[in-house]
Ligand binder design. Structure first.
Ligand code: AMP
Ligand code: ZN
Length: 474
């Protein structure tokens, strides 16, 4: 089949024509969530844009197989091989076992995906399912001389590679490693950039999940899981590997090091990285305490699909800043769009030539490094064009296979949602007013002021009157 999609490849740092290993077929791998907490809307930006890539490939008639891991073991609180285990941290916080935490947050993740119309990958594999595969790969790496045992752990020896820093210049990366290692140094490592493949009881004694291995009772490092899980389901040659930009180093760099050393040949051709969602204070992260989730947006009356539209309006390779003001604007644009499409009649014959021309324009936008904002412009242009309603409806339906904004089905829900939004807004504001009153009573004026500012950011003004606190939309 004809390959038309060009995409930016982080490995070559160029926009390239996408050509899969096998004609018409795509093997795609996504680094899944670390399930020790809810996903924040930054994580979900990455998954929305990866979903867009998958659906674009399907729209272009590729036969796609997509695999995702679930990180339920081995991801430490720093990206280096030091620090506390993230899963264990979650379990302690909630007085649950690691497996209970993993199950709860895996379900919560897929529930968020469902609300955002993110398709579930064809294969979803938790890391704890694949311990034998990890042990096998580590054994081969030891046999081939790419790994060594030190202080009870197995490390990958990065000095065995001609070019370990595949994504970037060595000097940039060493700087980065330097910064990390200034904080916590692992004396067992032969080289600064070496990383752990397997931990044994000699380290992190309190780790809850441990397995027998040729090197003692222990557990795998984080990076090994993605190499093994992707090979298990997609074989030795992969087309596209996805993740957020923070995964480039060390995670994806280490995945390539160990996979290609194990295989003895090139492993994955295209690397797709989504830039971060930031808030005013910088990158959104799970460890920052209060973070933004889909449920929080819903509790404030937002439709999760408005957030999806917010993401689609920007290119995946640009950082994106979140604010409620922006989301309010997108919500109003979304409601108008749904109404506009809902008003289209179903009468008449499809004007095939026009249909084909707009579909081509839409595909061309996506084929240009997944230009989703351009694809949305094609949708708006199409709705204004000289064409009958039926053709417009069918085009909107077709585009929605990729955009997944419920462009046709949200039609009536749009009306209902409006009153729902008002009701939810009201209960949210009332809860905040109560919270503020409690803070004032406790003489915690900083919190009381913070609540007032938070409401103001959402366009809600509070007035302290003799009859009590009143509120209105600014
Ligand atoms: P984690 O659950 O921490 O392993 O992250 C899941 C995915 O979200 C990974 O692909 C990360 O690269 C990505 N990610 C993390 N923070 C952000 C952010 N602020 N914006 C976009 N993607 C992010
Ligand atoms: Zn990964």
């Amino acid at each position: 089949m004809e390959n038309r999609l060009t995409m930016y490849n982080s490995l070559t740092k160029k926009e390239e024509l996408f050509v899969p290993n096998e004609d018409g077929k795509v093997g795609m791998y996504t680094c899944g969530p670390t399930v020790y907490h809810y996903a924040h809307i930054g994580n979900l930006r990455s998954y929305i844009m990866e979903d867009l890539l998958e659906k674009t490939l399907r729209y272009l008639h590729y036969d796609v197989k997509r695999v995702m891991n679930i990180t339920d073991v081995g991801h430490l609180s720093s990206d280096a091989d030091t620090g506390e285990d993230k899963m264990l941290k979650g379990a302690r916080r909630e007085h649950k076992t690691v497996m209970e935490i993993a199950q709860f947050y895996t379900d919560a993740f897929f529930e968020d995906c469902r609300k955002l119309n993110i398709k579930r990958p064809d294969v979803v594999e938790p890391a704890t399912n694949c311990i034998d595969e990890f042990i096998h790969m580590i054994t081969v790496l030891l046999e081939k001389g790419y790994a060594y045992e030190m202080g009870g752990n197995i490390y990958f020896d990065t000095s065995k590679l001609q070019n370990y820093y595949v994504f970037s210049g060595q000097s940039d990366m060493e700087l980065l490693v330097g910064v990390r290692d200034d904080v916590e140094e692992d004396a067992n490592k032969k080289n600064k950039s070496d990383f752990v493949l397997w931990f044994t009881k000699s380290k992190f004694e309190d780790q809850e999940l441990k397995w027998e291995s040729p090197w003692g009772l222990g557990y795998p490092g984080w990076h090994i899981e993605c190499s093994c899980i992707s090979m298990k389901h997609l074989g030795e040659f992969m087309d596209i590997h996805c993740g957020g930009v923070d995964n480039i180093f060390p995670h994806h760099t280490n995945e390539i090091a160990q996979s290609e050393s194990y295989l003895g040949h090139k492993w994955c051709n295209y690397w797709f990285h989504v830039h971060h969602l930031n808030d005013k204070t910088g990158k959104m992260s799970k460890s920052k305490g209060d973070f933004l989730t889909v449920s929080l947006l819903e509790s404030k009356g937002y439709n999760p699909l408005a957030y999806r539209l917010f993401c689609l309006q920007s290119h995946y390779r640009k950082p994106l800043e979140f604010s409620y003001e922006n989301l309010d604007n997108v919500t109003s644009a979304y409601n108008k769009l749904i109404k506009r499409i809902g008003d289209l009649s179903e009468e008449g014959e499809i004007e095939q030539e026009k249909f084909d021309a707009y579909r081509k324009q839409f595909e061309d936008a996506l084929c240009s490094d997944l230009n989703s904002s351009m694809a949305l412009t094609v949708l708006y242009e199409m709705l204004k064009a000289d064409m009958n309603d039926r053709t417009k409806r069918e085009l909107a339906k077709s585009f929605d296979e990729v955009l997944s904004l419920d462009l046709l089905t949200a039609q009536t829900a749009g009306e209902v949602q409006h009153s729902e939004i008002d009701a939810e807004l009201e209960s949210y504001v009332l809860a905040k007013i109560e919270e503020r009153a409690a803070a004032k009573k406790a003489k915690d004026f900083a919190t009381a002021d913070a609540i007032r500012s938070e409401l103001l950011e959402r366009g809600i003004v509070l007035e302290d009157t003799r009859e009590g606190v009143k509120w209105k939309k600014a």
